[in-house]
Design a binder for this molecule. Structure first.
Ligand SMILES: NC(=O)c1ccc[n+]([C@@H]2O[C@H](COP(=O)([O-])OP(=O)(O)OC[C@H]3O[C@@H](n4cnc5c(N)ncnc54)[C@H](OP(=O)(O)O)[C@@H]3O)[C@@H](O)[C@H]2O)c1
Length: 331
């Protein structure tokens, strides 16, 4: 089997360290592994698959010979260094928001649209974590019934803010004042993720709208979102209201979900079976449940989806993209 020179940029972070875990779990065909982080971490030792690797700082020419570069070091690092890696010949899979809406770059959920990758532009964007777990179940619904309108309400874990979010939950659970979120996250949900824009939506909410349309190739799909931070350590949840073009039965919808890759249906309310964060923690499945007809419109459907935002919402989705591109001889 062919093996590849792989770099991880942001290897000391929450997503970066999960990249390493997932690469090892997936038995990714690595020839040489190079780990990058900021100057602060240069020289630090990080373990991969039982072996120590020394973390390096980014510098001119550092991507020479790299074939696959996985980035999770924030938008400004990706803006500057992803084109450098691309110029050196690497396929870049970027977890930040820097390249997601660039029309030349594919925005990929591997079960849905890996064919959007175009070798002319080798920077591939990984979607926002909440978008990934929302569009995956929407895809089979669109294929079979057609989507007319989508409304999201999210319940997002603190790990979605990186280490700072996790620390603020712990700090406030310990009785200290919040230092990162605007309110005490241990005591309340906060309907505010990323900054507010002029129309009253947050950037996270607008991101979900734009990315849904791009991934599903539905540029005019009416979508809106409310994104809420909740006092949960890990795994995001989303309640999705979707108006479909065609009539449906709940059995048809359950079959559509359960026959689609990456989705598991958990929907037996008589026995309290529905997706909760703890079931999604540490794996790469999108769990879907609470499937029912919306009472407010014709052909309306409601469901609830839960997934590990650091794995399927970030690191695992990126590694799955790389694996798919290898399988399809695009790398
Ligand atoms: N958390 C999530 O659920 C999630 C989901 C999807 C996407 N993302 C995206 O993934 C990225 C990382 O998120 P995270 O949660 O892993 O954050 P994090 O835990 O704060 O880690 C950030 C990483 O970036 C490195 N870094 C920072 N500045 C750098 C620089 N100037 N040059 C090189 N490396 C630098 C850090 O290195 P040091 O340790 O040396 O500082 C660290 O390895 C962000 O773009 C985020 O939006 C996060």
């Amino acid at each position: 089997m062919k093996t590849y020179n792989v770099a991880v940029v942001g290897a000391t972070g929450l997503v970066g360290s999960t990249f390493l875990k997932v690469l090892a779990e997936y038995n990714f065909p690595i020839k040489n592994l190079t780990l990058f982080a900021s100057e602060r971490s240069a020289g630090k030792e990080v373990m991969y698959d039982g072996k120590p690797y020394i973390v390096k700082a980014l510098k001119e020419g550092c991507f020479e010979g790299i074939e696959i570069a996985l980035f999770s070091a924030g938008g400004s690092v990706s803006e500057k260094w992803a084109p450098e890696a691309e110029k050196s010949g690497a396929v870049v899979i970027d977890n930040s928001s820097a390249w997601r809406m660039n029309p030349e770059c594919a925005l990929i959920v591997p079960e849905i649209n890996v064919n959007d990758f175009d070798t002319a532009r080798k920077i591939v964007a990984n979607p926002n974590c909440s978008t990934i777990q929302s569009v995956l179940p929407l895809k089979p619904l669109n294929d079979i019934f057609g989507l007319k309108r989508v409304v999201y309400t999210t319940y997002q874990a603190v790990s979605g803010s990186g280490q700072k979010g996790r620390d603020d939950l712990q700090r406030t659970l310990n009785g200290e004042e919040p230092a990162f979120y605007p309110y005490n996250i241990s005591k309340t949900c906060i309907p505010h993720i990323d900054v507010f824009t002029d129309n009253g939506y947050t950037k996270e909410e607008i991101t979900m709208v734009n990315e849904t349309r791009k991934i599903l190739h539905l540029p005019n799909l009416p979508v809106s979102a409310t994104c809420v931070r909740v006092p949960v350590a890990n795994a995001h949840a989303v309640s999705v209201m979707v108006e479909l073009e065609k009539p449906f039965t709940l059995e048809e919808v359950r079959n559509a979900f359960s026959s689609y890759p990456g989705i598991m249906v958990m929907d037996d309310v008589k026995n309290n079976v529905y997706p909760v964060s703890t079931v999604a923690n540490g794996n790469d499945t999108v769990y879907v449940g609470r499937i029912r007809k919306d009472l407010s419109c014709e052909n309306g459907l409601l469901f609830y989806a839960v997934s590990d935002n650091i794995r399927k919402g970030a690191a695992a989705n990126a590694v799955q993209i790389a694996k798919k591109l290898i399988e399809e001889n695009k790398i």
